[in-house]
Design a protein around this ligand. Sequence first.
Ligand SMILES: [Zn+2]
Length: 347
Amino acid sequence: MISARTIQEINDVTRIEEVIGDFVSLKKRGKSYLGLCPFHNERTPSFNVTPSKNLFKCFGCGKAGDSITFLREHENFNYVEALRWLAHRYNIKIEETEENAEERERKQTEEGLYVITGFAQQYYSKQLFDTDEGKSIGLQYFHERGYRDNLIEKFQLGFAQDRADDFFNEAKVNGYNEDLLREVGLIKDQRGKTVDFFRGRVIFTIHNLSGKVVAFAGRYLKKQEGAPKYINSPQTTIYDKSRTLYGLFQARNAIRNHDECFLVEGYTDVISMHQAGIENVVASSGTSLTQEQARLMKRFTPNITILYDGDFAGVKAALRGMNILLDEDLNVRLVLLPEGEDPDSYV
Ligand SMILES: [Zn+2]
């Protein structure tokens, strides 16, 4: 159970406009905020959030309440789940008076996975900046694309050297649990041996909405016979690829400020756009666009611009994506790029 002291702490720091702002695009109107109600369909905003009272109210459908009510209604959380979400949102350490074993175990596993993905991210960054192979191959690749080092750090790009089990050994030396390393997909079994999953690839780090590392994608630089251009971390308890948008953590404020989101095809397109000064941009990662991803974008803005390649595959994917976005009542613009041009050459 969550202690009374923790609940008090959560109530003290929670700001309703921030909590609702994570899901609904809000505009300041005097002392309150106004947005499109997420509980009923409307085109003219009648959903009000009043920070001084810590309350929201929709003058269209009548729904009203505080942050907890909002999370329970909007996210289908129960009371405890809503409290946990808020504690996490505001970095409040939850003091438990008592909890059941199953819940404790689940949380420990999840925390363990985050610790490992965080460790791996630091490892891949170090490989990129501090090893000869990382500098001459990985860093050069990023620099050739025009990425500045601050952007490489912002997106936590990395490099995995072409070695069998360097990462695995380093993880073992640091005391990381082999089962968890396998569960999160950083090692795999191959011909009776345990080897690194990412080898000889540049690494793109995938974050969740609060900026924690949940997964990785690795791109090969030398064409390898039969090897896919990109490989991705598997689905885990901390990573659901159909509910994750690459770059959203870095883009969320810009999307809200511009009230628009660019949807591009790949990891490199997202970073190229940032390089060109456009930060309200995301990509669906390791999958074609899903309904859940469309809903995720809708939490931040109803206005989406699809920016895809004008080649056959790009047009096909763009039309498919457009239908999904339209089904979620989003306003969609479609920009197809001339063949051979990247989004950054367009912007
Ligand atoms: Zn409403």
